[in-house]
Design a protein around this ligand. Structure first.
Ligand SMILES: [Zn+2]
Length: 168
């Protein structure tokens, strides 16, 4: 894990029974928080599987090569890398899937879970129609990277002030 040298969100490995994705129950549009965001088109029940975090499965080493810190210019608010396991990362940069547009919040209402060799977004709680979906990115970055680059602006009462995950 020490080889992870740039921002990459974390998915949890949870053996949860995955309910099928039925139809499109979400939409992509401008977010009041940042850039584009993903919104519920109807009530989404706790635990329901919403969307796959689609992208290319590449090694951490390849992700480092593609997305070295010097090439990062879109800002850390949208993170297009999600760790699958010790070896692989999902790189959503070129993906047309919507999951990569889910913004960060320190009070998330969805979570990224690994099912087999894929990552899906699940509802953490009941989500009302029209609510924006938020993930807790829990980013991993280099020890020598400047934490100030990853300031959180979610403005929730439990905001921890950073997009970074707990240090391990
Ligand atoms: Zn926050």
């Amino acid at each position: 894990m020490a080889s992870q040298s740039d921002r990459r969100a974390t998915a949890s490995k949870t053996p949860r029974a995955a309910r099928p994705i039925r139809g499109t129950r979400i939409e992509l549009r401008q977010s009041p928080i940042h850039g584009r965001g993903v919104f519920a088109l109807q009530r989404l029940a706790t635990g329901s599987r919403l969307i796959e975090y689609k992208g290319e499965r590449i090694t951490h080493r390849e992700a480092d090569r593609r997305h070295g810190r010097d090439t990062v210019d879109e800002g850390p608010d949208h993170t297009f890398l999600m760790t699958l396991d010790r070896r692989y990362v999902i790189d959503a940069t070129a993906s047309r899937g919507w999951a990569k547009w889910i913004n960060h919040s320190c009070e998330p209402n969805v979570e990224a879970l690994i099912v087999g060799s894929r990552i899906y977004i699940f509802a953490l709680r009941d989500i009302r129609r029209g609510e924006e979906l938020f993930l807790d990115y829990g980013l991993n970055v280099d020890a020598d990277d400047d934490p100030a680059r990853y300031r959180c602006r979610c403005q929730t009462s439990s905001c921890r002030g950073t997009l970074l995950g707990a240090t391990t």
